[in-house]
Unconditional design. Sequence first.
Length: 88
Amino acid sequence: MRRSCETGKGEDELLTLGEPLPCEQDCREQLGLSRTWDAATEEPEDEDEWSFATCDMTPHVAAALGTSPLKLGTQTRVRGIGVLAHTS
């Protein structure tokens, strides 16, 4: 199970579950950050950069785990029932 939460109100790490996915680690490395992170030792500037990067990461994480919602369309073949969670 993996859940990441960025509320902008601090202590988001308490709402985050599971180990970082390889695609998250790759993104951090591309930003020049450590592949793993610890909120207690993270520099505020690095945390801000990471928080900003995660805003655009959802479709990439979805694609890494299954299907990106950005790739769904009339050409998409489906079987069974698809469920997509939409949050504010």
